[in-house]
Design a binder for this molecule. Structure first.
Ligand code: BDR
Ligand code: CA
Length: 304
């Protein structure tokens, strides 16, 4: 049976790779894509989502809705230094990639979630659209099987020493999501910094097929990189859905810091000392990184 998922995203080069996997894997039924401001402005993230959908000829099957232009409270700061001015530099998708649907992201999320019983929500940007959805339509919560969210970290940040970009972008939205009561899998920097596209994997993509060429162009222009490779943060959500056995997890209570110098930080109650032993997240703490790399190549080799 296929998994019904909705992706809420801010493409973004690693978001583009995550969308590529979700659109093409036969075990995944991608019902809707909603865009949010994050890596770049929401007009650009919406256009970028449309470009990926159009690249795979899925314009009629997978709707794209535009969402929040800015975080709930905190001023918006983009990550164009990492993903380029458009958010998806490095490949020419052309100018003809269609339009978002007329519904807002919140309305589209509401309608798509209420139409299903077991939908999985996959956020790979900040959680602004999801927080707005939960405030306006709390009834959707019981229709969501789980949220598999890229973001956060319990072992150090990439924006401050403790804050990760997606949570840092809209910590107030993250707090609402983590207090929602919906089961959450946290796919944070604890694992995503280990899930690298190595230089060797990148070279193999180059001449693999059209999709490999597209991903090679994007990843080559992705400024999140060390000598060991490019971390494919957002792709981990899809790898987790398909191969949870590749991850080690811990059930924990996590709190989000919404003010002060620790803003955007995620604090895990690792001793179960502050929440009567209750937990609100399954936090991914380790990954079989070699399996991730091999899976990435195998997936792309079956694409156009
Ligand atoms: C997250 O930040 C964004 O730049 C990436 O797309 C990813 O979702 C990693 O911290
Ligand atoms: Ca992202």
């Amino acid at each position: 049976m296929t998994m019904k998922i909705i992706m809420d995203t801010d493409p973004g080069i690693d978001d583009a790779a995550a969308l590529t996997m979700a659109i093409n894997d036969p075990e995944i039924d991608l019902k809707l894509i909603t865009a949010v401001a994050g890596n770049v402005t929401v007009d650009k993230t919406t256009a970028n989502a449309l470009k990926i959908v159009h690249f795979f000829g899925k314009d009629q099957e997978i709707p794209v809705a535009a969402g929040a232009k800015e975080p709930l409270i905190k001023p918006f700061e983009d990550a164009a230094r990492i993903h380029g001015a458009s958010g998806m530099e490095g490949y020419d998708f052309g100018d003809d990639y269609g339009e978002p649907i007329a519904k807002s992201a919140v309305e589209a999320l509401h309608d798509a979630i209420m139409a299903e019983d077991e939908v999985i929500l996959v956020p790979t940007g900040s959680y602004t659209n999801i927080a707005l959805l939960f405030k306006q339509y709390p009834e959707v919560k019981s229709h969501i099987k789980e949220i598999v969210a890229m973001g956060g970290s319990i072992s150090g940040g990439n924006m401050t020493s403790i804050a990760e970009f997606n949570v840092f972008t809209d910590p107030d939205a993250a707090e609402i999501m983590y207090k929602s009561g919906v089961p959450i899998v946290t796919v944070g920097l604890d694992v995503t910094l280990k899930a690298l596209i190595t230089p060797d994997t990148l070279n193999q993509l180059k001449d693999m097929n059209e999709t490999g060429k597209m991903l090679y162009g994007l990843i080559n222009n992705y400024n999140d990189v060390t000598e060991a490779g490019h971390p494919m943060h957002d792709v981990n959500t899809i790898f987790y859905l398909l191969h949870p056995e590749a991850y080690q997890t811990k059930d924990l209570w996590v709190d989000i810091q919404t003010s002060g110098p620790a803003i955007g930080g995620m604090v895990a109650d690792i001793r179960g000392a502050y929440h009567d032993g209750k937990t609100n997240a399954k936090v991914c703490v380790d990954i079989d990184a070699a399996a991730f790399n091999q899976w990435f190549l195998d997936e792309v080799s079956h694409m156009k």
